[in-house]
Design a protein around this ligand. Sequence first.
Ligand code: CDP
Length: 237
Amino acid sequence: MGQQKIIIALDGHSSCGKSTYAKLIAAELGYSYIDSGAMYRAVTLAAMDAGLFDETSAPPVEKIEALLDHIDLELKHNPEKQRTEIFLSGRMVEDLIRRMEVSGHVSYIAAISAVRRKMVEYQRWLGREKGVVMDGRDIGTVVFPDAALKIFLTASLEVRTGRRYKELIEKGMAADFSEVQKNLEKRDHIDSNRDDSPLKKADDAILLDNSEMTLEQQMIWFKDLYQRIISGADDKD
Ligand code: CDP
């Protein structure tokens, strides 16, 4: 579909299927998929590995800022698995960063401005040649405000909890339904209320509630939208 490369920003609430959708869109268009949430999760894992979190308290911002200078984070394409993987100091951490412990701390880390500055810089660099689908919380508002196509995805809390619970179980990870639900609610609250780059729909993003939709229906919806955008997108990124 189409020759002209654009940036597609996919933002929305926790666990509403952004990454699955973004991957399908990227495959459809021959674009690369970039998971910005994985970057915040990797920084969180680095802070946990450095022993900065204890049972009761989160580390002071200064400690995270100091850690940032030493973090070696890289996204690399794995041609065999046909996916992009995230590396922390050379170690592939795709699965480790999805653990519930990381989910429990990530929104604290993602609210720190120094962390966001560094991640956004990397995200913009990764999108410099366009032809990318990037998912996250602030892609359409902050990272690529001029993206030609912006989608804001949401779904009911119940549906989102069910999807994440199933995903964790299928990966063989420990999961408790009500704990998963509480985590989603808590992250959405922190993500939407932080001062720096809060989660919100960009004015020009198109809202999609996929609670009742199959992926197939989402793709039909997307292709229609893409055709309309691409036929009049000359003046935008
Ligand atoms: O997969 P899920 O939707 O549950 O989350 P994620 O995309 O992996 O993002 C994890 C966390 O990173 C979010 O809850 C946010 O706190 C943070 N995040 C962010 O602040 N900005 C982004 N662009 C992406 C993620």
